[in-house]
Design a protein around this ligand. Structure first.
Ligand code: S3P
Length: 167
């Protein structure tokens, strides 16, 4: 299962809940990439640039594509590359976690670890970036789940319900 969606949409929280409830291995892409590089995501962006980071994402997805039973919490920009989408779709089901801009702002305002949101923590900027990505998320995913006001466990339950309906 691959969870995609905007920053702060609940991908990491949802994946962690899957691990806790169902013993699936949750992979948090950003965390693993940062660990391997020995640098935070903002430092990777600053020192090596966004293109380098996007290459790391694709290389990591290629590596994960041979593994079974994972719940992958994808970085928000993963669906922008067709190759990434193809890898995710080949490997399983892609779920789009969506939330309103107000929710995204609330969830992201306290941290400074997302370079693309620096200086853009306002409803207008978030809505704009979201609009620019909506089509990609929509095209990549088979299923959409709204996460506003939901806990990890609730997100997890919604995903399972949506998967059940889709089958
Ligand atoms: C990004 C989302 C971030 C991280 C990087 C870029 C994006 O991940 O990969 O800051 O382009 O949307 P989260 O969605 O986990 O915050």
């Amino acid at each position: 299962i691959a969870l995609i969606g905007f920053m702060g949409a609940g991908k990491s929280t949802g994946a962690a809940a899957f691990q806790e409830k169902f013993g699936r291995t949750a992979i948090e892409m950003d965390e693993e990439i940062a660990r391997r590089e020995g640098k935070s995501i903002p430092d990777i962006f600053k020192e090596k640039g966004e293109d380098y980071f996007r290459e790391l994402e694709t290389a990591f997805l290629r590596e994960l594509s041979g593994r079974e039973g994972l719940v992958i919490s994808c970085g928000g920009g993963v669906p922008l590359r067709p190759e990434n989408v193809a890898l995710l779709r080949k490997g399983g089901v892609v779920v789009w976690l969506a939330a309103r801009p107000e929710t995204i702002l609330e969830r992201t305002k306290g941290s400074d670890d997302r370079p693309l949101l620096r200086g853009k923590k306002d409803i207008g900027s978030i809505s704009q970036l979201m609009d620019a990505r909506r089509e990609k998320y929509e095209a990549a995913a088979g299923i959409r789940v709204w996460t506003d006001g939901k806990t990890g466990e609730e997100i997890c339950r919604e995903i399972l319900g949506a998967l059940d309906e889709a089958i």
